[in-house]
Ligand binder design. Sequence first.
Ligand code: AMP
Ligand code: MG
Length: 651
Amino acid sequence: MNEMRPARHASREQAQFLRVLSRDEAMARFAQALDPKPLGIEQVDLAGALGRVVADHIPAPVDVPPFDRSNVDGFALRAGDVVAASENSPASLALNDETIACGTEPGLTVNPSTATPIATGGPIPRGADAVVMIEHTDLEADRLVVRRAVAPAQNISFAGSDMALGEVVLRKRTQIGSREIAMLAACGIARVNVFRKPRVGVFSTGDELIAPGSKLRPAAIYDSNGPIVCASVIENGGAAISYGMVSDNAAAIEAALRKALTECDMVVLSGGTSKGAGDLTAEIVGRLGKPGIIAHGVALKPGKPLCLAVVDGKAVVVLPGFPTSAMFTFHEFVVPVLRRTSGLPERDESIVEAQTAVAIPSDFGRTEFAMVALSEQDGGLKAFPLAKGSGAVTSFAQADGFLTIEALADRLPQGSRVPVTLLSRDIQTPDLTIMGSHCPGLEHILSALSDKGIRSRIVAIGSLGGLRAARRGECDIAPSHLFDPNSGTYNAPFLDECLTLVEGWRRMQGIVFRKGDTRFESRSVEDAIAAAIADADCHMVNRNQGSGTRMIVDRLLNRAEPPGYWNQPRSHNAVAAAVAQSRADWGVAISFVADAYGLGFIPIAEEHFDFIIPKARREHTPVIAFLEARESPDVQAALAKMGFTPAPKAQ
Ligand code: AMP
Ligand code: MG
């Protein structure tokens, strides 16, 4: 440990001088230092060939089919003998004394005025030049009556017509799918030369990480970068070797890196890239081999703390810990290198033009990439930023693509026409676009719709965001629970002449607390609030200004501001989590989340969860399907089970 210390200090100082590079410069330097190319060739058999990349042009070693063969069940004959045959004047031929089944080699020649019975796939006998279908013939005594003329070559596939001997069946760099396997098998190839898969070592660093499948402990999060990096490695032609999670400890990280570098061709790890106390990874990478760090800090967002290194010819990439940054920088910097190393052709970037639905703010001074969802509207594509920030998994996972905001711009105005780079080749824009508040009850409707083949997308932007989107006609449905304190009613007061309201369901709001807490257990709402306020050590969790729940809280508190009042998260779940984790003792949330978190619940009032719909969309088929699905007995039962009650039917 002691010998390591001076080195660490030296490289930390060095690190301060590392310049933040532009994205293009970082890419260019990385490619130059690495010069990625395929790592060699190996032979695999067909069963193991799926997904592999063909290393040489593969010529067909035989003709396919290997002989002239019949395409139908019928009779092989000479076309000239039946040239005048018709219903009214059929031709009559003698039958040869053999039947050619599949796999039978013909023995007899088809002489003039004779025919030989033949099955689909049977080899055409010598002398014959066409096959008449059995449907156009009759047997009379021991002669064949032919009621239809056939042209020479009719119903015959000639040898080599599918693939000719010597013809290139698969070209170098083709990725083998099931269809390619069919071609190889058809021409008798059992083993194929493919590029060796680059072995990519993958691990995640962070004391806070826990493997999916294990129980979360307090303050821990699941490792999502590890699994997504492994999957993306495989998608881009590599073999992922997972080394799991490593704690923020210099010796542990160094050991993992050295092991991975010995066993793999490339290493991709995430975390430890920013300037926090536990962020050691980059400096360790810097001293593992030559030339070392190529770029540490790239002027792009998400992804600034990216670190690119080459260690004795092997790429080592340290992705930022934030999931969206990790995924985006992997996509931009690792995928091109990986594809070249695995022999795959470059990913074909599809770019579409879209119009920004809202203004997108951006940092001045670095190229910024905004993950967007696309939606087909009035004949054009609209781009909606998935603005959950780089700490979110969903911003990348649910995006259709991304757009670029140049370093010298501080925002992209609403309505800008911009190129959007698609993350996968075919975007499937949804049939139904839902924007606004998300309620778990919606999922039952959406899964009923997906059973019917209707694709929907929810963009959770809150009730107010949904209302604005609906006003601009950007969504089909805006689920909403907006409370109007003046009228004491929900949603209806917010409509304008372009919008209509369809009632959804009611959600019981109440005080949530940990079961057994005597300040709340078995008390009325008033008693519980009085007990809470009386106890100086009783912490609450509030809600954000403008939410319906906040109005309830303010009414309950009647101007009191107990400890925790300024903790104002934006969702029911966050309130329940705070109470369940003892960061707060009480808050107001819907009964569904109280149950989900195993909390006690004192009912207060029902919140209305309704659907605001632009009138222009009300008769849109997917909207009708949505509203019908909501009425279906299955969905009603599922909603009831979650504690949501139907709105009383309007008269
Ligand atoms: P770091 O780059 O280690 O400073 O991490 C930045 C942020 O990303 C922190 O909030 C981490 O908890 C989070 N993070 C780091 N690694 C992972 C991972 N493997 N999966 C999910 N989140 C992560
Ligand atoms: Mg970390």
